[in-house]
Design a protein around this ligand. Sequence first.
Ligand SMILES: [Zn+2]
Ligand SMILES: [Zn+2]
Length: 255
Amino acid sequence: MSSVSRLGCIVCAGSTTNRCSSCAKAGIDILFCSSDCQKLVWPVHKTVCGVDKANPFRWPDLKPDEVEEAIRNKGHESFPSATILTVLHRAVGLQPDHFDAYIRSLRDSATFTPIEHYKKQATLSYIRYSAYHRTRDQLLHWSGDPTTSVLRCTAGWAFDLGPEVPHARDGLSGRTPVLHRILVHQTIMHKVFNEPDPRLLTLAKRTFDSLKVVIEEDLQVADLERRQQALDRLEASLSMVGRWTLTALAESSMS
Ligand SMILES: [Zn+2]
Ligand SMILES: [Zn+2]
């Protein structure tokens, strides 16, 4: 059984065999026990749902304001002693002079060679990662448009887990199911942050528990210590949101 189906509904972990039909066509089982669970995460899941999007996980295009934001912040050190310009030059050979034109062109380019596709996907995830790291201490990533914010958090956590070691036997990657689960967990975390609700908090805890199982059992990473640190930080942010929720609920019951 795949890691996705053994853990039940991707939102509430309830036992089910209902698959997201578009994702099933892409060859990945994403289970939703009910339309309530599906609707809760649909605004974000739909951006990575279906053929050519879900499997392997494909980063959606940036919105026009994200492109301009990335250009404004291209000189910011959002990586350890490095800017997005340095990182993209190193990772995909993008010349710093071409950065603005390249990322503005990404939305229009319809046909890609495999190399161009790889370069685009790496660029989209690095730009989201840098936006996440630039704003992670300011709580900005918890407010604003949910899709933008959740995709940034997902890129941030995915990189924090560290590089993956391809499975020795068949070269398969465990990353796609992990990315879908981080996305769902972050979608619910974003909701809890903006709307304190004990039911949502329970779902945030359940999605964290399933995510932890998938990360520990299916994702073969190069650096176990780094993975553990990322999991610890993910758990700490869940506890923080939990405390806020309980405080907000206590305050609202007193007034
Ligand atoms: Zn469910
Ligand atoms: Zn789907």
